[in-house]
Ligand binder design. Sequence first.
Ligand SMILES: [Ca+2]
Length: 488
Amino acid sequence: MKLSIRLVSRTLALAITLFQLPCAAPASAADEAPRPNIVLCIADDWGWPHASAYGDAVVGTATFDRIAREGVLFEQAFVSSPSCTPSRGAIITGQQFWRLGAGGNLHCEWPADKFAEYPRLLADAGYHVGTYRKAWGPGRGNPAGKPYKSVDAFLAARPPGKPLCFWFGSTDPHRPYEQGAGARAGLELSRVHLYPQFPDADVVRNDVADYYFEIERFDHEVGELLEKLAALGELDNTLVVMTSDHGMPFPRGKTNLYDCGVHVPLAIRWPARVPSWRKLTDFVSLTDLAPTFLAAAGVAVPAEMTGRSLLPILESDQSGRVDPTRNHVLVGRERHVQAQEAPEPGGYPMRAVRSDDYLYIRNFKPERWPAGTPDPTKAFKPDSWLADCDNGPTKRYLWDHREEPGVREQYELCFGKRPAEELYDLLSDPGQMKNVAGEPAYAEVQARLSNQLESELRALGDPRVDGGGDEFDTYPYYGGGGGQWSKR
Ligand SMILES: [Ca+2]
């Protein structure tokens, strides 16, 4: 009796399954849903971990925190290169900056029609594409889409029924700052985050607070943008990304491969497809954004894109390290401004691999100055020396106090020459201050990471890895003589 009941129920179950198959397979909810809007909100020089969602005690980032809370917060997001133009080119093409020819440098001419660019691919797929304020650049060209004078102007120009692909680019918190703005806004100077290479001085704390002030302004503006999308009834089917083009414009930050230069905030919200309240430790390169956007829109990802779509980890309901292969990233840099001693026009080429435990850096031209040439024989001329570090009170303080014990070491770490290889043990030295390359105890790790970096760069077509790449030093520079000190 029992057997026959079981047989009947199994037969029934099979019949029900067969009956359901034809309608279950082709039409999933995702297929029927309208295509999402794609909105990238990108700050200019906003570094990790300067958001309240990451535990910063002073800066208030209510909008970023909301995106993280209602979506996904990324703990390990990195740019391709800590310089505006190559970082943005890498985001647009989904490729590491060293693959972009002249596009790998600041103040370059964009190699038009050479690379697949996500804004153009989405326009071809029927998206209404546009930008507001700082998009790709500085440089000649515009692969990011048509610029609009305001968010409202972009929305008003949308043809009926088209999904949006919008680039909301702030120039915050790029220098220069209004000095004292942070303190006047009530930011608590005693609790601002100081990277270990910054002297603990009032002028430095004020400088960081002024940077925070601009982060808060960016965060507020992104909040206004979200309100506009909500008013249209489209916020929940919008893939919102909030991030930055690289780290903070401070010594050993921007233009450097330490975390202060390449580690950035990243939060992504898309309630229609992405489970909320999750914190991921997967390593992410911002080159992953373009394939993510294309995949979310149902557009094929070109093979030339070296980034990998984040959709699988976004759509997971897990936290922590969802994809175990996402355990490191590669970062690098070529020419920022023309900061080397005349007549040398070259940059400071370097590449690095960053994992949970180690940061390994290869400096290809260790005879050059990493932040540009200093000239201690003359009075300080901030517009001509150490030019790869943006001018500001912290840089000035390091220069003025560079002979003092304590500051001398910080100055050297920020501006002194560096060996061909650097290795930092992140478990004991998260601030990346003590280079252990060459120490016998680390010989095995150093050799392993050196080989890993070389083989991965080679696989990704990096001309530097086999002794090439000098073309990055000779591509035209359109920043002008004093122009490199304008917003960039
Ligand atoms: Ca920037």
